[in-house]
Design a protein around this ligand. Structure first.
Ligand code: PLP
Length: 347
């Protein structure tokens, strides 16, 4: 029998949460109208409004890249640029989709922890009004960041207020926004609508869904043409009910929160288990469901014989370990023990 070990590579490697499977199964009866004109979609949108407030527009899409790219397309004019962290998923991991599909430049900014701050943005606005230059139009941030860090409510508000004062709108890549809310111990509205953000890519896939993300507009003037953008962007699902019911289940009985809390707790446990290993250094604060470490290359290679995970910065010997809602304490302890052994053989 093949021994199955859970991966610490990505929260995309998980199973589908059983409650989501149940929801898919329960919707799998008969015919309903396609493209979102169905009662499942209506009900899921109602649930979003209960959580984020009535004054929003919600659209379901297939994946995170699609949510980011189509959401940002609704926020930009062709001459504008999108300011983002250099580590942002839109900059690093979406194969240039934003630039190709939207036709706007990304303006990446180097950061130590994946977070943007007003002082990072200010110098980029010097080109304002110059007809030869790309005009910054949007700030896109990731919450939780690609480095596992989380913007506090104060950091968010400071950034959003600054952006708005400079006539920039704010997009949040919330592939892991549930993990951020769980870490901050706040509801989803506090770090979105109440913080003044304009558009959110709300993640589902990393938090238990089979597939599906939502684009949530808090600034409704930006949503006017979104339905056309989504269709042109190939993100309009004909069998929309199967995305909608997954979100309905995720947003029922705080499943989104319980899943995120579990994933975060397992990352904290993992950090605690490995922090005493002399060869391991934790390189980012463990605030969501990622643990970033540096370790000797050959120890990492030995570990990779048993577990799959990704290097984050090969040059620096930095690696990323991710936990998820289906990571258990035993999985963490086994993994940490294997890390210890891999490092010992190094010594
Ligand atoms: C920060 C972030 N944004 C968005 C995505 C969504 O990507 P995908 O298009 O693979 O669903 C991911 C997935 O890894 C991510 O980590």
């Amino acid at each position: 029998m093949i021994e199955y070990k859970k991966s610490f590579a990505s929260d995309n490697n998980t199973m589908v949460h059983p409650k989501i499977m149940e929801a898919l199964q329960s919707a799998n009866v008969g015919h309903v109208v396609a493209y979102g004109d169905d009662s499942y979609t209506e009900s899921a949108i109602k649930r979003f409004k209960e959580i984020f407030g009535e004054d929003i527009e919600v659209f379901f899409v297939f994946n995170g890249t699609g949510a980011n790219v189509t959401g940002l397309a609704a926020m930009t004019m062709p001459h504008q640029g999108i300011i983002c962290a250099e580590s942002a998923h839109i900059q690093v991991d979406e194969c240039g989709a934003a630039e190709r599909f939207i036709g706007c430049r990304l303006i990446p900014v180097e950061t130590a922890d994946g977070k943007l701050r007003p002082e990072d943005i200010e110098p980029l606005l010097a080109v304002r009004g110059g007809q030869h230059h790309t005009q910054p139009g949007v700030v896109s941030i990731t919450q939780s960041t690609e480095m596992g860090t989380v913007y506090s409510i104060d950091e968010l508000k400071t950034l959003v207020d600054y952006a708005h004062s400079m006539n920039l709108t704010v997009h949040v890549d919330g592939a892991r926004i549930a993990n951020a809310a769980a870490y901050l111990n706040v509801d989803l509205k506090s770090i979105t609508a109440d913080a003044g953000i304009d558009v959110l890519s709300f993640g589902g896939t990393k938090n238990g869904l089979m597939f599906g993300e939502a684009v949530v507009f808090f600034n409704r003037t930006l949503s006017e043409n979104y339905k056309y953008i989504r269709k042109q962007g190939m993100q309009l699902a004909s069998k929309m009910r199967y995305i909608a019911v997954q979100f309905e289940a995720l947003l029922t009985d705080d499943l989104w929160l319980r899943n995120a809390q579990k994933a975060n707790a397992m990352a904290r446990l993992l950090a605690k288990e490995v922090e005493g290993i002399p060869e391991i250094a934790i390189t980012q604060p463990v605030q969501s469901n990622g643990v970033f470490v540096s370790m000797p290359k050959d120890a990492a290679e030995r570990l990779l014989e048993n577990y799959f995970f990704y290097p984050w910065n090969e040059e620096k010997g930095e690696y990323r370990w991710m936990t998820s809602f289906d990571t258990d304490e035993e999985d963490v302890r086994q993994f940490a023990e294997t890390v210890r052994k891999a490092c010992l053989r190094q010594a």
